[in-house]
Design a protein. Structure first.
Length: 285
């Protein structure tokens, strides 16, 4: 390696290196890693492109590049992911928040803000990093939100995010809600992004997903419909008379999930995501 590396040298080198490893958006990846190492924003990369990088920073970047080349997700390496304008701490204990889930949250925010209730009660099932519950808490400050997860490690991350973001209207509870209904019911709104990937399809996922993200947050080791079948039963007990639910669903699941909810007596609709895929179902009794 050269004795002295500038920012632009590293951008060019990293882009070529990641492209050779089959990393998508190679230039963006190296730029974001550089931003984290140097504590700068992406604009600074181009306004200070000829600035030399110190040996200590080079060593840290080298370690990050090695991890990314091994297909560890960028978000786990830098330890954060932006979701609905808020930065969330993420690690291997939680699913990385996806852009399509932002649409789910936006639907719930609209519902929560339009309700005539002075203090709407919201339940987030499978909270993970807390990105859904905490974004709702930030945008609907008069709501009382209960965020449930089976995994204590995930709840530790969610509580860290609540403290970091200074959001105080969210309560985190460790529970398997499919087996133990919460006592503090009913709820005006229920939201969930459950594990919905068919187990056979899960095996075809990218290495970033297969090797690093928590499997239990992505698949229920069956056909992807297990949680929705349970939801169709328990929501009758968990929702108020006029309560609504909002659920993220997977590709090709719309007809099956709409059918099972309608057969259970619910009035339900679906909505597409930014890619034109049916991604959300919502409704009530």
């Amino acid at each position: 390696m050269k004795k002295e590396w500038t920012i632009i040298d590293l951008v060019k080198w990293g882009t070529e290196f990641f492209e050779g490893k089959g990393i998508e958006s190679a230039r963006l990846n190296i730029e974001l890693l550089l931003c984290d190492v140097l504590k700068i924003d992406r604009m600074t990369i181009y306004t200070q492109f000829d600035k030399p990088v110190a040996k200590q920073e080079l060593a840290r970047l080298k370690e990050f590049v090695k991890r990314r080349a091994a297909r560890e997700p960028l978000q786990y390496i830098i330890g954060s992911q932006n979701f609905c304008g808020l930065d969330f701490v993420v690690n291997k204990s939680v699913l990385i928040p996806r852009p399509e889930t932002e649409l789910l949250v936006e639907k719930v925010i609209d519902s929560g803000k339009n309700t005539k209730l002075s203090t709407p009660r919201i339940l987030d099932i499978g909270t993970g990093s807390g990105c859904i519950a905490l974004t709702l808490g930030h945008n609907i400050p008069n709501a009382l939100i209960t965020a449930v997860d089976y995994e204590n490690a995930a709840l530790e991350v969610a509580r860290e995010n609540a403290k970091k973001l200074q959001i105080k209207n969210v309560e985190f509870v460790q529970s398997d809600i499919l087996k133990n209904l919460l006592e503090s019911t009913p709820y005006d709104i229920i939201v969930s992004n459950p594990p919905y990937i068919d187990h056979a399809e899960y095996g075809q996922s990218q290495p970033e997903v297969l090797e690093y993200e928590p499997k239990s947050a992505l698949t229920e080791y069956a056909d992807g419909l297990t949680f929705y079948l349970s939801f169709a039963e328990i929501f009758k007990e968990l929702l108020t008379d006029r309560g609504q639910f909002f659920l993220e669903i997977g590709y090709g699941q719309e007809s099956d999930i709409l059918k099972l909810f309608r057969e259970a007596g619910y009035s339900v609709s679906s909505e597409k995501d930014f890619a034109g895929i049916q991604r959300i179902i919502y409704g009530g009794m």
